[in-house]
Design a protein around this ligand. Structure first.
Ligand SMILES: *Cc1c(COP(=O)(O)O)cnc(C)c1O
Length: 460
């Protein structure tokens, strides 16, 4: 399997090239040459074992020509050795994607990328090769997940940029407390500034001849693609919960049309939701998607007007979604062949203010005893709005056939949640440990030159 650029279907690259380049030479994002069709029966059977087992099978459909099937299995079982449970929260199901090492859904993509890229690099490595530098910009969660996903992987170093003062204290600890091959940099600017700096490096062909550097943002194919796996896992659990008899018969080989679900996805850079769209194309029975945004509502506005108008991000309490120009919009367009009407048929989008998000956190806490993070709360709000809209249109739609994705642990956002609910969220042990560790970081203005210096020093 090779990978094409969203800007040129004829520009095909190997997995390693796509992973190491990050962005295609023409500035586009990489996509799989074709969408492999899953054996749904096999997938659902493997899901009965574990998330990792099921994911190894799905990963092999894309990667087995680039690394051995054994290596795929090793990489995925190292990367995805945590659970992704579907739980009932209030009237709907939510898929908790935050039980990985840094308590955020980005662990899925970042850890998979770390392990698979590690294998791809080792396969062709010479003794005196310079390390590969992973350069990444983060509005909070990406950086910690990437730092952790690549932590201590031989032959790879990480430089992570984040907006000074705009990530939560715990997120900051997760990037600055690792050390070893991880370098954390506070940028005096916004997340968009950080992302702009990263793009400036990647678009500079001369520089890239000197520095062995790649990205690990959600634009990187190896981070993006494995995010399609948990949609299958969610579906398997949903069938078991809602349609147990049907699942049994299906697993026994009966020929049955499986029911469809709707996924509601808290969205910022639109990597998560576009990976779900890929899962649907691989054969997962999905009715459609709902994008839940904070005040950065470029995508919902696009669905309304047909006009895509990126603009500077605004700061919200769901800060990992503070993105004014979602990179993965290109992937969505590519998946739909730029057909606006087709996108509108399959995707809805809603946006929420900070005060609405706080109300949702309170409602879930008070009415249902469920504590959720501000990002996930947009998913809850969008689930309710979608149900209302369906009812208003006289369309049949039950709360039981909707799964909203919970993207981070409430523990990471206690400074938002505690004042709303009056209770500190429980902090898992693996986060608590980080708070007491020594911190290491550099501070930088928005300057490409300064970043180049850092990359040259760190890459030796
Ligand atoms: C990154 C992130 C999002 C947004 O995901 P995208 O793939 O960028 O749309 C939502 N919630 C949390 C907690 C995140 O870290």
């Amino acid at each position: 399997m090779r990978f094409y650029s969203t800007r040129d279907k004829n520009s095909l690259h190997s997995l390693k090239e796509a992973a190491v380049m990050g962005l295609a030479p023409d500035g586009g994002l990489f996509m799989p040459e074709y969408v492999p069709q899953v054996n749904l029966l096999e997938t659902l059977m493997l899901a009965q074992c574990s998330f990792a087992e099921m994911s190894s099978y799905l990963a092999s459909l894309f990667f087995k020509e680039s690394i051995t099937q054994m290596e795929v299995a090793e990489a995925i079982s190292d990367a995805l050795s945590f659970d992704v449970p579907l739980v009932k929260a209030g009237p709907c199901y939510t898929l908790e994607l935050f039980h990985g090492p840094t308590c955020a859904f980005k662990d899925v993509g970042a850890s998979s990328m770390g392990q698979i890229l590690g294998k791809l690099i080792r396969n062709g490595q010479q003794e005196h090769d310079k390390p590969l530098i992973i350069l990444t910009a983060t509005s909070g969660d990406t950086g910690s997940a990437v730092a952790r996903g690549f932590y201590d992987i031989p032959g790879i170093k990480v430089v992570v940029l984040f907006p000074n003062g705009k990530v939560s204290p715990l997120q900051e600890c997760q990037m600055t407390a690792l050390g070893k091959n991880i370098k954390a940099i506070k940028v005096n600017g916004t997340f968009d500034d950080c992302q702009m700096l990263v793009k400036a490096i990647f678009n500079n062909k001369e520089l890239r001849k000197q520095i062995n550097v790649t990205s690990a943002n959600s634009i990187n194919l190896l981070r993006w693609l494995p995010q399609s796996f948990y949609y299958f896992y969610a579906y398997a659990q949903w069938l078991a919960a809602e349609h147990q008899q049907l699942l049994k018969s299906y697993l026994n080989g009966e020929n049955i049309d499986l029911p469809e679900v709707t996924f509601v996805v808290p969205s910022g850079n639109y990597g998560n939701i576009s990976a779900g769209m890929l899962a649907k194309r691989m054969g997962l029975p999905v009715k459609g998607f709902v994008a839940a945004a904070n005040s950065n509502d470029v995508f919902p506005k696009y669905l309304e007007s047909g006009k895509y108008e990126p603009r500077p991000s605004v700061q919200t309490i769901a800060n990992a979604m503070d993105v004014g120009a979602p990179s993965n919009f290109e992937r969505i367009q590519s998946l739909f062949n730029n057909d606006y009407d087709a996108i509108c048929k399959e995707v809805k989008g809603y946006a929420y203010s900070d005060s609405q998000i706080k109300e949702a956190i309170l409602e879930l806490h008070k009415e249902y005893g469920y504590t959720c993070c501000p990002h996930s709360a947009t998913g809850y709000l969008a689930t309710k709005e979608y149900l209302q809209e369906c009812a208003g249109l006289g369309k049949e739609c039950s709360a039981n056939s909707i799964i909203w994705l919970s993207t981070a642990s409430p523990a990471k956002f206690s400074e938002v949640i505690a004042p709303v609910t009056g209770q500190m969220p429980h902090i898992p042990g693996r986060l608590q440990e980080l708070l007491n560790k020594e911190k290491e970081f550099a501070v930088m203005d928005v300057s490409t030159d300064a970043l180049v210096e850092i990359l040259k020093t760190h890459g030796e």
